[in-house]
Design a protein around this ligand. Structure first.
Ligand code: NAD
Length: 326
């Protein structure tokens, strides 16, 4: 597949789906972008608006329909259809309704686009990724979720803002669930190659324990704060998803904290019991992303508290998966 033939099918033309299309258009991620939604008036209006901006974006076609046939031969299917959080609701509250939507849609989509990589964005994304892995029966690497790419970009923004350094020079990840049990990997965070715990630069300060607590709390509260103000989060998830799609379609081998099915996963750390591993759960850790999807979940360094937090997060996800009947 070359960039000439790249086709993205976005399922759901709501706030998130339409903004992913917009971000992909501007970044020139694919030649063909299609949006499918059961709400014909909504998808038609979004596509019309997007097409009116094509003159100012990179060459591409944008089409939409309530006919799922439009998704035929897509290289990547991006799932955003489903219920979204209302103020006060957690992502896990959406699990049952959104599982039902995936049960109905995934088999039809894969009949139409049998070679596609499946990228899940619908929440609770780790649960939905696991369930779509099971429903689709696809090889592990071809099904993965946007995971904590968004949470990590919120994290990096806040660290960069406090230390007055460019966000692009902050290397720090949130891992685990995309949700309340997520874990900040402070121990491996660095700013311009300086380990974050050693960062103390004149005019740029350093992070106190209180700063860290506030930053992580802000990351966790971000979605609710935005939803309270405008009803949905869309710009950052649109850009984050466009970035993941670019990594896939341009076969980048980019390292991103996406959510994938873990097998015998253990992070780097001294003196660990070899049987202390995670299996059979979809969760985010930094992973290599390329044209095949999620190639490898990387063994990154974690201290004991971080690893314990990831295992707790895995239990939270597992219990939601079980409550959906899987
Ligand atoms: P939205 O309500 O604006 O849009 C959802 C769209 O899905 C609607 O247009 C609806 O008509 C469509 N839809 C519903 N059932 C469908 C079906 N069976 N077939 C086709 N289309 C269908 O919601 P949103 O704000 O765009 O959020 C979408 C999802 O993305 C939610 O689950 C939300 O929680 C999630 N989300 C995930 C992240 C992340 O980081 N993973 C970030 C933000 C939002």
């Amino acid at each position: 597949m070359s960039e000439q033939t790249s086709k993205i099918a976005i399922i759901g033309a709501g706030s998130v789906g339409a903004t992913i299309a917009y971000a992909c258009m501007i970044r020139g991620v694919a030649k063909q972008i299609v949006l499918y939604d059961v709400n014909r008036a909504k998808v038609d209006a979004e596509v019309l608006d997007l097409n009116h901006g094509l003159q100012f974006a990179r060459p591409a076609t944008v089409e939409g329909s309530d006919d799922i046939g439009l998704c035929a031969d897509a290289d990547v299917i991006v799932m955003t259809a489903g219920a979204k959080q209302k103020p006060g609701q957690t992502r896990m509250d959406l699990a049952t309704a959104n599982t039902d939507i995936c049960r109905k849609l995934i088999p039809d989509l894969l009949r139409l686009a049998p070679s596609a990589v499946l990228l899940l964005v619908t929440n609770p994304v780790d649960v939905i990724t696991y369930i779509c892995q099971k429903i689709s029966g696809l090889p592990q690497r071809r099904v993965f979720g946007s995971g904590t790419v968004l949470d990590s970009s919120r994290f990096r923004f806040l660290i960069g803002q406090r230390l007055r350094v460019a966000v692009q020079n902050v290397h720090a990840n949130i891992a685990g669930e995309h949700g309340d049990s997520e874990i900040p990997l402070w121990s491996s965070a660095d700013v311009g190659n300086v380990p974050l715990h050693e960062w103390a630069v004149m005019g740029h300060g350093k992070l106190t324990v209180r700063d860290r607590t506030e930053i992580f709390q802000n990351v966790k509260d971000a979605a609710q704060q935005i939803i309270k103000g405008k009803g949905a989060t869309n710009y950052a998830i649109g850009l984050a998803t466009a970035r993941i799609l670019e990594a896939v379609l341009k076969d980048e081998n980019a390292i991103l904290p996406v959510s994938g099915l873990l097998t015998n996963y253990q992070p780097i750390g001294e003196g660990r019991d070899p049987t202390d591993v995670l299996n059979d759960v979809c969760i985010s850790v930094p992973s290599i992303v390329n044209r095949g999807g999620l190639e490898t979940s990387l063994r990154v360094p974690m201290n004991d508290a971080e690893w314990a937090g990831i295992k707790n997060s895995a239990e939270v996800i597992r219990s939601a998966i079980r409550s959906c009947g899987f």
